[in-house]
Design a protein around this ligand. Structure first.
Ligand code: ZN
Length: 169
């Protein structure tokens, strides 16, 4: 679609790759840093091309709560990467590093999960007449599998090698 805006053909996040959906969202170093942060230490790993990752996001785990968390990470990461690409194209907001984007994604997801846990608690309280086993919360799963502190890329490279790329390749 031609909307009169000149868009460079090279990736706005790394200035190395050619901008296409697979590069921008998965193969770019910026995107890789985001995906590796959330998934490299877990057994949940999206394929690194957009079409298959979208299919993966429909059922990423047999565990319902982990599935919801993986979907949230997927959607929040794609949204944040797109937002950062547009920040560089339009100058609409200060561009963020991948580490800053990871922190932003973590905050968004924790807020969403806290809301889901509140809803689940409320539903449980309304159904107190039925005997129900209390399941671990969304936030419990989040902190067990996904929460850790991002290390800025430069510092990360000095202190330890990057973890191997997502295993489903
Ligand atoms: Zn790139």
């Amino acid at each position: 679609m031609d909307c009169g805006i000149q868009v460079p053909s090279s990736c706005l996040l790394c200035a190395i790759g050619t901008e296409c959906m697979d590069h921008l969202f998965f193969q770019c170093e910026y995107a890789k840093e985001v995906w590796e942060f959330f998934f490299a230490t877990t057994s949940f790993a999206p394929p690194l091309d957009f079409t298959n990752a979208l299919l993966w996001s429909k059922a990423p785990s047999p565990n319902d709560k982990l599935s919801v968390i993986c979907k949230l990470i997927f959607h929040a990461s794609v949204y944040e990467i797109w937002k950062q690409r547009n920040a560089r194209l339009f100058g609409s907001s200060p561009p963020k590093s991948a580490t800053q984007s990871i922190k932003e994604i973590q905050t968004i997801i924790r807020c969403k999960l806290a809301g889901l846990d509140c809803e689940a608690t409320s539903l449980r309280q309304r159904a107190t007449h039925r005997r129900q086993e209390v399941q671990p919360s969304y936030l419990h799963h989040w902190f067990e599998f996904f929460q850790r502190n991002p290390v800025p890329q430069a510092q990360h490279q000095q202190t330890q090698p990057l973890p191997p790329l997502i295993s489903s390749l």
